[in-house]
Design a protein around this ligand. Sequence first.
Ligand code: 2NL
Length: 389
Amino acid sequence: MAEDRQPFQQLLVKLGEEIRQLKTDPASIQLPQTGNTTSIASYLTIVSNFAELEDAQVKLLGKNGVIPSELSDLRSQPSEKRREIAVQLNPVKQLFEERIANQSRVLKEAEIDQRLNTESVDVTLPVREAPFEVGRVHPITQVTDELTAIFADMGFAVAEGPDIETDDYNFTKLNFPADHPARDMHDTFFFNPKPDGTRLLLRTHTSPVQVRTMLSQKPPIRVIIPGRTYRCDSDQTHTPMFHQVEGLVIDKGSHLGHLKWILEEFCKAFFEVDKVGMRFRPSFFPFTEPSLEVDIQCRRDKGEVRFGEGNDWLEILGCGMVHPNVMRNCGLDPDEYQGFAWGMGIDRVAMLKYGMPDLRAFFEADVRWLSHYGFRPLDFPTLAGGLSP
Ligand code: 2NL
């Protein structure tokens, strides 16, 4: 072992000499068995830090290391002699490479052990806010989750459908007459007509999803459909893209009394009050008969709205019994089944519940607005646990 401690530099010089002897007369030396080779290999197993190990590797095997530089003139030798040199040198190189890789592993493990023994975690430090806690849930997402939790609790399923629809599903099946003004370019975003004359559009309400539900499922049906809707309209309370939630119930004995109860329970749960005055006014929609509009009791207080008290009324949704023509268009016999449906603007009820004055800000993607009006993530709304965080 005494040789192991010979300065490495000395061993390298000797290795250089031995390689030169090998090149001159390969038969005169057995490089893999020399004491020098053994000493270098031993040295590589006692190197005690990464810097020294890398230094050894560079000096032995690096581009200008002893072995490559002594071999740089090998091309000038006859091929038989080159073979004899290679037979001796290759195992030596391999031995050094193995020792270096092994020692690198040993040093890495020692370093980890050292850190485990010396570093400790102060578990009493306060927790930093993780990125997903800094992010905020958009009010539309929050309110959609709140609505969904309320209706899910009443046994409603959630249905979804495409934003791009056919004229048939968006209007015709819903009993819109051919010349109805909603079919006008002023209200509806149409795509260019196809060669057969039909044209796709951006759905103006979520009702086409109800049509799809009626066409594909047998009653009893209880679904709500939250989603994006589009109309060619823009001012302080209208944006070209907005959100609706519609509900649909189809069963043998469904009637307006059920509809009224559902909407009343919904309003109490959503606005988080024990009782709420409601007013049903006659109205008109092509797809319901009779049709009603619903106002809820409120009090306006310095720009703030309070529900369940006061003498003001606020319109929040439209509803009605599904028109027999719509039932027939969707493959249901109106003499066997009755249905009711309602539709409500999600953006509008979000503005009302959380006192956000300008609808356009909802879609400007301003992080300052979102950090003010947004909601903490991972606080999922449930009826039992509380809706608004
Ligand atoms: C409103 C009014 C409403 C419906 C939507 C509906 C859907 C089918 C059949 C019958 Cl497939 N009705 N939906 C019914 C009444 C009103 O929305 O003012 N929405 C913002």
